[in-house]
Design a protein around this ligand. Structure first.
Ligand code: DAH
Length: 343
């Protein structure tokens, strides 16, 4: 019996020494298993308890429990020491250096077309125009038929229009929205329709997708002078107070009379024969306009003897190119950061 107890005590002493020297949690666990585990040294000794007389068993059991409790307490204490040492090491290692420069934030910006559209819309809305949008996939009817473009008109040519299916096209002009606005609605109507339009065109000043801002004002006694005054206001607000406008007679099937409108060159005012903005002409063409054709009024159910109206369609991309001196329209739609970040 004595030898068994001293064996147990020896295991205890040796184990406590081992625990004291353990330098990490993994090592500590190895000591624990080697003593208290199923096949550990203490467990092995206790297996021999069966061959001991029943009088001695409680004493040996008590001695074993005592040693076991001491070992467990020592393991626990060492474990918490090692854990807090590890934690401190991690805190020291992973400390954030708040004095380091931060990662650079890249700030987004609105696309130049969006900026230009917003500016133009803001100017017209001061005159009481409301916003209206229409679908980019448009019916042949609204895009052409309803704005007096007959079936044999060149604008319907395969070479200009993207056809989407029977009776459907990608709208070639925001003028398509005019009939949508009038149909089933009473006059007066004063609307602005910005949006993308599509034509099979692609060079430095044409892109297959570009943008227009359509305007329409229908009311009693709307006159050509109202159109001129409205466009003059717009031109001065967008291109500068010294800007003049010029109307040139032109043909658009949905207006009568029709006019193309130029603004005076805001850079040279017509004084620089070598001006790269107006190429010396002194004028920049930016829009088409006119008095709404009586046929369109009739189609909407209005009486052309009672109401009249004007309409205009401005090339937004053209305005943006002029304002920012952009030589090639295609830059706008290539998504190149070096270009876009300049706005
Ligand atoms: N829709 C014409 C185009 O795309 C522009 C235009 C001209 C619109 C005259 C109008 C207008 O409203 O009255 O070329």
């Amino acid at each position: 019996m004595e030898s068994l107890i001293s064996k147990i005590n020896a295991i205890g002493t040796k184990t406590l020494e081992d625990i004291a020297t353990a330098s990490d949690l993994a090592g500590l666990e190895i000591f624990r298993v080697s003593v208290l585990g199923k096949k550990g040294s203490l467990s092995e000794v206790l297996k021999g308890l069966g061959s001991v007389g029943s009088d001695d068993r409680p004493k040996i059991g008590a001695a074993a429990n005592d040693v076991k409790a001491k070992i467990e307490a020592a393991l626990e204490e060492k474990k918490s020491i090692l854990e807090s040492r590890d934690l401190e090491a991690r805190l020291a290692n992973e400390r954030i250096d708040v004095s380091l420069p931060s990662r650079k934030l890249h700030r987004g910006a609105l696309h130049p077309i969006t900026q230009t559209t917003r500016k133009m819309v803001e100017v017209f809305s001061r005159l009481g125009f409301d916003l209206l949008t229409g679908p980019e996939i448009e019916t042949d009817y609204f895009c052409f038929e309803a704005v007096n473009i007959p079936a044999d008109h060149p604008a319907r040519d395969q070479q200009d229009t993207f056809f989407m299916g029977p009776g459907l096209v990608l709208r070639t002009q925001t003028t398509a929205i005019q009939t949508r606005a009038m149909r089933g609605n009473e006059w007066p109507i004063r609307i602005l329709c910005p949006g993308a339009v599509y034509r099979k065109d692609n060079d430095a000043t044409h892109s297959p997708m570009f943008h227009q801002l359509e305007g329409l004002w229908i009311d009693k006694k709307v006159k050509m002078s109202d159109l001129k005054g409205t466009l003059e206001f717009f031109a001065k607000e967008v291109f500068g107070a010294a800007t003049k406008i010029r109307l040139r007679p032109s043909y658009f099937s949905f207006v009568e009379p029709g006019a193309e409108v130029d603004v005076s060159c805001f850079r040279c005012g017509g004084k620089d024969a070598a001006c790269k903005v107006c190429k010396g002409s002194g004028w920049l063409e930016i829009l088409g306009s006119g008095m709404v054709h009586p046929k369109l009024l009739e189609l909407a159910g209005y009486d052309p003897n009672e109401v009249s109206g004007f309409a205009f369609g401005i090339g937004i991309d053209r305005v943006a190119m002029i304002l920012h001196d952009i030589p090639d329209l295609r830059y706008m739609f290539e998504g190149d950061q070096r270009f876009l970040s300049q706005f």
